[in-house]
Write a protein that binds this ligand. Structure first.
Ligand code: GAR
Length: 192
């Protein structure tokens, strides 16, 4: 069984979508969700979906080996950042080479980097009168949103679109593509 660990910081709609997509899979399963936000809605979702979930603080993430040990014990084949807003520390990056991926709600390299997350991205896209935007799924390295691209999908931005309308289009793309890309990556790791 291939094992996925998800990191999320907020609502967790992507985490829930991944959990549901794989819930009846014979060979892939989401085993754990980790969050840096003890009030994140993703924790309520996990409770309902009966998925093990933990929250942690910055000390446990970057100064002690608490989160690192938890991750090691979970033996993930893939670590998926789904709306997770902290940088991944070096010890975790080194321990899981090519096994950490992120989803970003824009067409990287545009609209990436520190502070570019969620509605901030969609507002910037509308302010700059972009005619298209999209999602990017990429490997995670030591810089925000800079690892190698795995997949992108686009949508149109119409002149009348508000940031909220752009967010809804992005949400649709994320719901459709993210689980399939995760599945393909795991199947490629060593043909299941
Ligand atoms: C998603 O749109 C994801 O692409 C974005 O946060 C949202 C999380 O929503 N991630 C970033 O902006 C990372 N820079 P969710 O909590 O409902 O899955």
């Amino acid at each position: 069984m291939k094992r996925i660990v998800i990191f999320a910081s907020g609502s967790g709609s992507n985490a829930e979508n991944l959990i549901r997509f794989f819930e009846n899979s014979p060979d892939i399963s989401v085993v754990q969700v980790l969050t840096n936000n003890p009030k994140a809605k993703v924790l309520d979702r996990c409770k309902k979906l009966k998925i093990s979930a933990f929250s942690f603080n910055r000390i446990a993430f970057t100064e002690t080996a608490d989160v690192f040990s938890l991750l090691k014990a979970s033996k993930p084949d893939l670590i998926v950042l789904a709306g997770f807003l902290w940088k991944i520390p070096e010890n975790i990056l080194k321990a899981f080479p090519n096994k950490i991926i992120n989803i970003h709600p824009a067409l990287l390299p545009k609209y990436g980097g520190k502070g570019m997350y969620g509605m901030h991205v969609h507002r910037a896209v509308v302010e700059n009168k972009e005619t298209k935007t999209g999602i990017s799924i990429h490997y995670v390295n030591e810089n925000y949103d800079e690892g190698a691209l795995i997949f992108q999908a686009e949508c149109e931005v119409l002149p009348k679109d508000s940031p909220e309308e752009v967010a809804a289009k992005i949400h649709e793309l994320e719901m459709e593509h993210f689980p399939k890309v995760v599945q393909q990556l795991l199947q490629k790791q060593d043909k299941i």
